[in-house]
Design a protein around this ligand. Structure first.
Ligand code: MG
Ligand code: MG
Ligand code: MG
Length: 305
């Protein structure tokens, strides 16, 4: 077989991109022929990280050939993966999400309930005695900061913080200064169309039988993003019709104050109101203290669905 292709989820975030690069580097160090790939456009935050290090984005992968050997990072779900994943052979998964994938064959599966895939990859480097150089450390650290919103997200564990501190030492980086600048870079939406903004970090999720998209956009100013509310709603409505969704929930997450303003549309917005005890006014409400889709949105909505 040729090269093993390694990629994260669609609408890639910093964890998906950097973990692909970092795992590919580990596999190569262990003698495998591996290449990091990506399933979508690089966001502004990830662009900041890659520019900081002066490295190129992984190759964009449109589909995989029959029998292609792959490794998945930062996701374990068909819906979030490459369209024809079922044609490939998954050798390995390293992830920190719920298990949402079945294979007919055995594979290496490493999942831990930590804040970031890179935290697990750090341990894999240690376990395999592979050196973490400055560049790899910076990639790992960037993703941990991104996924945990500078350690403020409820998904952040003690282990994420400890490992991030180790990595900051190797990288010679001050977490707060670098992290804030990186997160801020990710809030620059000026180059994106409404459709792209809604897609930047969107996940298609079935909340039991409620067909949903939950999208998230980080900002330093909720008001700035809310200026686009009419256009965002039009875009969301279009997607609801096209995909036959029951719910489209957009989270506009204030990375400074750790709150999210939500805009919710669709016939099941009652789920949002019931779950958070809020009344949507003009389709919107402030969800105090909510920053994590994985921990504070998906499980609670699923429970109430
Ligand atoms: Mg991710
Ligand atoms: Mg992640
Ligand atoms: Mg995320």
């Amino acid at each position: 077989m040729g090269k093993i292709l390694i990629f994260g989820h669609k609408n890639p975030d910093t964890d998906s991109i950097t973990s692909s690069i970092v795992l590919a580097n580990l596999e190569r160090a262990l003698g495998k022929d591996a290449e990091a790939c990506r399933l979508g456009k690089i966001n502004k935050e990830t662009e900041y990280v890659l520019n900081y290090l002066g490295i190129e984005a992984p190759r964009l992968l449109e589909d995989v050939e029959d029998g292609q050997e792959v490794m998945l990072v930062d996701h374990a779900s068909n819906k979030e993966s490459i369209d024809n994943l079922e044609n490939s052979t998954i050798l390995k998964i390293v992830d920190h999400h719920k298990v949402a994938l079945n294979t007919a064959y055995p594979l290496y599966y490493r999942a831990e309930p930590v804040g970031c895939t890179e935290t697990i990859l750090y341990k894999l480097y240690q376990e395999n005695g592979v050196e973490i150089d400055k560049k790899i450390a910076t990639l790992m650290l960037s993703a941990i900061i991104s996924d945990t919103l500078l350690f403020k997200s409820p998904t952040c564990t003690k282990e994420d913080v400890e490992i991030a501190n180790q990595l900051a030492q190797i990288a010679g980086i001050d977490c707060n200064t670098y992290g804030l600048e990186m997160l801020k870079a990710g809030t620059d939406l000026s180059e994106f169309s409404i459709e792209e903004i809604l897609n930047l970090d969107a996940k298609e999720i079935d909340l039991k039988s409620v067909k949903s998209i939950i999208a998230q956009v980080n900002t330093a100013s909720i008001d700035d993003v809310m200026k686009m509310k009419m256009d965002l709603e039009a875009g969301m409505q279009k997607t609801i019709s096209e995909k036959g969704l029951d719910l489209f929930m957009l989270l506009i997450t204030d990375i400074v104050n750790s709150n999210s303003q939500t805009i919710a549309l669709g016939k099941r917005v009652d789920l949002v109101e019931k779950t958070y005890g809020v009344t949507l006014e003009n389709n919107t409400a402030l969800l105090k203290g909510v920053v994590s889709r994985k921990k504070q949105v998906v499980p609670v909505l699923t429970e109430n669905a």
